[in-house]
Design a protein around this ligand. Sequence first.
Ligand SMILES: [Zn+2]
Length: 93
Amino acid sequence: MVYPRSSRIRAIAPQPPRPPAELCASCLEDFSSVRAFDRHRVGCHDVLWSIERKDGRRCLDADEMRAAGMALGARGRWEIAAEAERARERFAA
Ligand SMILES: [Zn+2]
């Protein structure tokens, strides 16, 4: 199959870096939405996490985010897997 010239150029050209959507200043992960960002932050708001205060505020790690229904999207941003799938289905229709 022969693609239009502009599509071929886009496919091989280096992509410019994307600005972060919802960058976390603590763990430096990027999120596709505020909802996804909020899901990865857990614990009491007024307490920092520490060995002594395991109920303190912290970021979920990658395994915990996956267990919480999140996935790393194609753009390198964490997203809520079910919401992202519904959005892809809506746009594909
Ligand atoms: Zn974080």
